[in-house]
Design a protein around this ligand. Structure first.
Ligand SMILES: Cc1cc2nc3c(=O)[nH]c(=O)nc-3n(C[C@H](O)[C@H](O)[C@H](O)COP(=O)(O)OP(=O)(O)OC[C@H]3O[C@@H](n4cnc5c(N)ncnc54)[C@H](O)[C@@H]3O)c2cc1C
Length: 635
């Protein structure tokens, strides 16, 4: 229980710090806020267009607010925003009056900073009310059959399934959004769904199970894998009957099901909840954060303590509680401690491990394979800043190159580390990179940029379009073709370097020096690679000859920083095939269930190896876990 001890120590230290802080009260900058330290960005609509901010937090303070871009009225809107920005920092508060005559600009900066506060796990409601929430000190008591914590795909489905069994359900969601990470996802795997069978694509389930177990080095629960393989197909029909229709596609021989149109998903899930939960006397409480599980003397879970946005405490007694809180990928320290990872959290900012902490506190076992993450592709850190300078297509040039197999990839030492064809498979792309550290470099030469500027991706013999998810290119799909010339590519790459998201060197040595690589290692690697492009034989990594495109012997050369993208943590609670959470003796804790990412460690060992399983398991574990918890509550 290393984690628990550490958490208790952290709690004691935090309490001491709070105590010390309270002894020195009275100073206007003294803050009782707590944040996940880091820099967060947000956008809000001003009078003339979007206002983009970048807010940096320490664990207890807003350290800095940068207005990254805005088009407000000069001398009025921009001044008002500057004024409000200073007031927020000086008072550590969002309780700031708007500036008369510049209300839209004032509201925009307040909204954008508030968004960052929420992303950083801060309490925006308290910061808007002089530090005190209106409901603080009040307690409401509720009673129900089943409480579900978290309204992502797994939580919503669990609530609906439990409701369909006849149980009265309360669903708690920390944010105002229903759907969690499913709202951002592309497709799920529902094995041998009726649509897949109809399309003539059936899998050999026994082979799938044995390959899966073997690929995860047997350190998984093969009964859980078997259940997922056997029952996820039914989830496809179950969802379709409820109006959440997914679209089957034969994805290079793999069964995948595309989720409904992005903008419709949340409403579809809300409709399911209205039918199966609210119409049956249950409740969906958004902006309500679960804080602690209630247990009785026997150690059974009998309810949850939660906090509403206005500070009111909710004490909910329940026969069963289902944990569906989506993991801890946004808790950088926790991920680093348990996985050693320092890449980018591409998942939800609010998933900081609260559900796991609550369950561990109630006696749940920390699984032996704890720490696994859902690493998925790499991202070019350049993209966001470039989007403030260029059209999205141009801003995505570095990103697109990180998805193509034709460019030389090196680690931070300057050595090549993989057959770059790994970029064609998202999980391989991320995990090969993760083995190197938090990021790697994609090398591109001026000669290659010239070809891209002249002939688009055809110029560098890209085998296909970069396999990016549609949300990355939907807004500029008309430009996303292999033959579209990359206008201004040289300027974009220079901007990337200027923004600090990549490096440039007129010579190989200069590039190595600027990027912090070992010169001799990089030069040797480069020469070997160039040789392979000539002979067509990659003796080091066996890359296919058609992907070996020469950089040429003329600089300048660029290094794009490609960071590993983590979509979520995997696991933390051990469950049986009824989704009951197990204690240290591997026996069910009465009253406690877990679905979705929180329990997904039964399927994967040290890292996620699945395409569509994240979504497939979220919906399937939610459906089955909800059914079990619902029927059990009515016994
Ligand atoms: C950008 C992105 C793209 C993805 N694409 C795919 C894909 O194409 N295919 C695929 O299979 N998988 C994909 N995934 C993974 C997949 O989306 C997830 O595995 C799945 O949606 C997780 O569902 P969940 O319900 O377990 O968690 P989540 O969706 O994370 O839901 C957890 C919910 O719990 C809430 N919560 C957290 N703490 C508390 C608390 N204390 N009290 C109350 N509520 C709380 C959160 O606000 C959140 O709404 C993607 C993930 C991301 C981030």
């Amino acid at each position: 229980m290393r984690m628990k001890n550490k958490l208790s120590k952290m709690l004691i230290v935090s309490l001491c710090m709070l105590l010390i802080a309270s002894m020195f009260g009275g100073c206007s900058k003294q803050s009782t806020n707590s944040f996940k330290a880091g820099t967060y960005t947000a956008e809000a609509q001003g009078k003339n267009g979007p206002v983009n901010v970048e807010v940096t937090f320490s664990a207890t303070e807003i350290k800095d607010i940068k207005i990254v871009s805005q088009s407000e009225t000069a001398g009025l809107g921009d001044k008002a925003m500057e004024n409000i920005k200073n007031q927020i920092i000086d008072g550590q508060t969002l309780d700031v009056d708007t500036v008369a005559g510049a209300t839209y600009s004032s509201d925009a900066i307040l909204a954008a900073v508030e968004d960052c506060v929420t992303q950083a796990g801060g309490d925006a409601a308290a910061m808007k009310n002089g530090g005190k929430k209106p409901g603080e000190g009040k307690t409401e008591k509720l009673s129900t059959d089943v409480v579900v914590i978290g309204a992502g795909a797994s939580g919503v489905t669990a609530a609906v399934a439990a409701g369909d069994e006849g149980a009265k359900v309360i669903l708690l969601e920390k944010t105002s959004t229903i759907g969690g990470a499913s709202n951002l996802s592309w497709a799920g795997k529902f094995v041998d769904s009726s649509a897949a069978i109809e399309a003539g694509l059936k899998v050999d389930q026994e082979k799938m199970i044995s390959d899966w177990v073997e690929n995860c080095h047997w350190r998984v629960d093969s009964a859980a894998i078997r259940q997922y393989v056997a029952k996820s197909g039914e989830t496809y029909d179950w969802l379709a009957e409820k109006g959440y229709t997914t679209q089957f596609i034969n994805f290079f021989g793999e069964q995948l099901h595309m989720l409904p149109a992005y903008e419709t998903r949340e409403e579809l899930l809300k409709k399911m909840l209205a039918e199966s939960v609210e119409k049956k006397g249950g409740q969906v409480l958004t902006e309500t954060t679960a804080k602690k599980l209630i247990t009785d003397k026997a150690g059974h879970v009998t309810g949850v303590v939660a906090e509403k946005a206005d500070g009111t405490t909710l004490e909910i007694t329940a026969k069963n509680v289902i944990m569906a809180t989506g993991g801890y990928a946004a808790n950088k320290e926790m991920v680093k401690e348990n996985f050693g990872f320092e890449g980018v959290n591409g998942g939800l900012g609010q998933n900081i491990g609260e559900g796991l902490e609550m369950a561990w506190e109630a006696g749940a076992k920390v699984p032996d394979n704890f720490g696994g993450q859902m690493l998925h592709q790499t991202l070019a850190s350049a993209t966001e800043k470039l989007k403030t300078q260029y059209e999205p297509f141009e801003a995505s040039y570095p990103l697109m190159l990180t998805y193509l197999p034709n460019f030389m990839n090196v680690g931070t030492s300057g050595a090549r580390f993989r057959d770059e064809a790994a970029t064609l498979s998202p999980v391989a792309a991320a995990n090969t990179s993760a083995f190197q550290g938090a990021y790697h470099y994609v090398i591109v030469s001026q000669a290659q940029l010239d070809l891209l500027m002249e002939k688009g991706m055809n110029g560098v013999k890209a085998p296909s379009l970069p396999g990016m998810p549609p949300e990355f290119y939907l807004a500029w799909a008309d430009k996303f073709t292999l033959d579209n010339p990359w206008k201004d590519a040289d300027k974009v790459f220079d901007a990337m370097v200027k923004n600090g998201d990549g490096f440039k060197g007129n010579t190989l040595e200069e590039l190595a020096k600027n990027a912090g690589m070992d010169e001799a290692t990089f030069v040797e690697t480069f020469k070997k690679y160039e040789e392979a492009t000539k002979t067509g034989v990659d003796t080091e990594f066996g890359k296919t000859a058609s992907f070996l495109i020469p950089n040429g012997d003329q600089g300048p050369y660029y290094a794009i920083k490609a960071e590993i993208n983590n979509l979520g943590s995997v696991g933390g609670l051990l469950v049986n095939t009824k989704f009951q959470v197990l204690n240290d003796k591997r026996l069910p804790i009465v009253g406690l269930y877990a679905v979705g990412l929180e329990s997904e460690g039964v399927l994967f060992n040290d890292t996620y190896v699945g395409n569509g399983v994240g979504i497939g398991y979220a919906f399937t574990s939610g459906r089955l876990g909800g059914e079990y918890a619902g029927t059990n509550a009515l016994k």
